[in-house]
Design a protein around this ligand. Structure first.
Ligand code: NAP
Length: 337
C-alpha cells in the first residue's frame, strides 16, 4: 500500500501486531471500497458516520484543517487504527448526540507532520509521529496538540505504531493515576520494587501495553490470558502467566501470589465475569484500601454492576470520560455555531 494512502485498517491484536479478522464487528465499520484518488489527494478526506448506526462509513472530501494554534501539529495520516470504542459507537449509536452527525470516529493515528504551531518544540514538518487524536481521526489531515503525540522511531512501521496511542494512554490512566492504582511510574532504567500486580487480559491491546509499563515501573507482573497469548505475555516480561479458561485459574493465582507484596489488579477486559473474578482475587490477596483495588477500563458513566467483596474497590477510567466529555463539548460547539 502506498504510504500516501490512508489505511482504514483493522485493529490488530497487540499480541501479534498483525491484522486480524477475528472481530466480525469490524467489517461493519469499513467502507466497501475507498476511492484511491481521494486517498491520494493533498486535500482532506474523511470517513463519515453519517447517522446513528449507519454502515458502512462514507468516504468523501472534508474541510482542510485550520492553521495550527501555537501548540498544535497537523499530521497527514499514513495509518489509522480502529478501536472497540469505534464500532461500539457505530453499532449502538451511543455517546454521540444526534446533532453531532455526520461524525468522524477514531483516536489512533500514525503519520507525517505537515505543519506546526509557533510554540511547538517537540516535532517539525516531515517527522514521523503517532498521536492520540481527540476529535476523530478517520481522516487524512488531523490536528492534535503536541502533548498528545510521540515521535515514531524509524524501525517501527506506521501500521504498528498506529495501534499504540489510545491503548497506551488508557492503560497508563488505569495504572498510574491517583484515583486508580496510583502505581510507581515507569523509568528508563527500571529498578525492582518487589511488588506484584495482576494483569487480567494480558493478551489484549491494553493488557500488552500495561504489562510493559508495569515492568518498566519495576513491578513483578502476573498476567492472565488465553492459551495462545501466554508465551506472548512472558515475552513482554510477565513473571507468572495463567490461562483464564482454566477452571483453577483463581485458585492458582491466589496460591502463587499469596504472601507477596500485592499492589492491585489491572483489568482492561470489559467483561462483568472477568471483573467479578478480579474483585474476588483482590479480596483474597489485598490487605488494605491501597491494594484491594481492581482498575478497569470502564467509564464512570457505565459502572460495574456486580456486588463487591468487602473492602474491594473498582476504579474507572477518566481518560474515557475525557473523550466522552470532549465529544459533548464538540457538540455544544457545533450547536453554538
Ligand atoms: N484499545 C483501546 O485503546 C481501548 C481504550 C479504552 C477502552 N478499551 C476497552 O478495553 C477493552 C479491551 O480492549 P483492547 O483493545 O485491549 O481489546 P483487544 O486487543 O481486542 O483484546 C481482545 C483480547 O482480550 C482477551 N480476552 C477476552 N476476554 C477475556 C477474558 N475474559 N479474560 C482475559 N482476557 C480476555 C482475548 O485474549 P486471548 O486471545 O488471550 O484470549 C482477546 O484476544 C475493550 O472492552 C475496549 O472497549 C480499549
Amino acid at each position: 500500500m502506498s504510504s500516501r494512502r490512508v489505511r482504514l485498517g483493522y485493529k490488530p491484536t497487540a499480541a501479534a501486531c498483525t491484522y486480524t479478522y477475528e472481530t466480525p464487528n469490524l467489517w461493519h465499520i469499513i467502507p466497501q471500497s475507498i476511492p484511491i484518488a481521494l486517498m491520494q489527494s493533498q486535500n482532506n478526506v474523511a470517513a463519515y458516520l453519517e447517522a446513528p448506526r449507519a454502515s458502512p462509513l462514507v468516504v468523501k472530501t472534508a474541510p482542510n484543517p485550520a492553521p495550527p494554534s501555537p501548540t498544535q501539529v497537523v499530521i497527514k495520516a499514513h495509518s489509522i487504527a480502529i478501536n472497540p470504542l469505534d464500532f461500539i459507537i457505530q453499532q449502538t449509536g451511543m455517546i454521540v448526540p444526534e446533532d453531532a452527525y455526520p461524525f468522524i470516529l477514531g483516536n489512533d493515528i500514525a503519520g507525517e507532520v505537515t505543519a506546526v504551531g509557533s510554540r511547538v518544540d517537540k516535532v517539525k514538518p516531515g517527522d514521523r509521529v503517532i498521536a492520540c487524536a481527540e476529535n476523530g481521526c478517520f481522516q487524512l489531515l488531523n490536528t492534535v496538540d503536541q502533548s498528545l503525540l510521540a515521535v515514531l522511531p524509524d524501525n517501527v512501521t506506521y501500521t504498528h505504531g498506529s495501534v499504540l496511542p489510545l491503548a497506551l494512554c488508557t492503560a497508563a490512566v488505569m495504572l498510574f493515576q491517583d484515583d486508580t492504582l496510583a502505581l510507581d511510574l515507569p523509568k528508563i532504567d527500571p529498578v525492582s520494587n518487589g511488588k506484584v500486580v495482576l494483569a487480567w487480559g494480558g493478551g489484549s491491546a491494553l493488557g500488552s501495553c500495561g504489562i510493559q509499563m508495569l515492568k518498566a515501573a519495576g513491578y513483578e507482573v502476573a498476567a492472565v490470558a488465553g492459551p495462545r497469548n501466554l508465551q506472548y505475555c512472558r515475552d513482554l516480561g510477565a513473571d507468572y502467566v495463567y490461562d483464564y479458561r482454566s477452571t483453577e485459574v483463581t485458585n492458582n493465582i491466589v496460591a502463587e501470589l499469596k504472601g507477596k507484596d500485592f499492589a492491585g489488579i489491572f483489568c482492561p477486559i470489559m467483561s462483568a465475569d472477568a471483573i467479578s473474578i478480579c474483585t474476588q482475587i483482590a479480596a483474597q490477596l489485598g490487605d488494605s484500601q491501597r491494594n484491594k483495588v481492581v482498575a478497569t477500563s470502564l467509564a464512570h458513566a457505565m459502572p460495574y454492576q456486580g456486588e463487591l467483596p468487602e473492602g474491594v474497590k473498582v476504579t474507572y477510567c477518566k481518560f474515557m470520560l475525557l473523550i466522552y466529555s470532549r465529544l459533548w463539548l464538540l457538540t455544544v460547539y457545533r450547536l453554538g455555531r
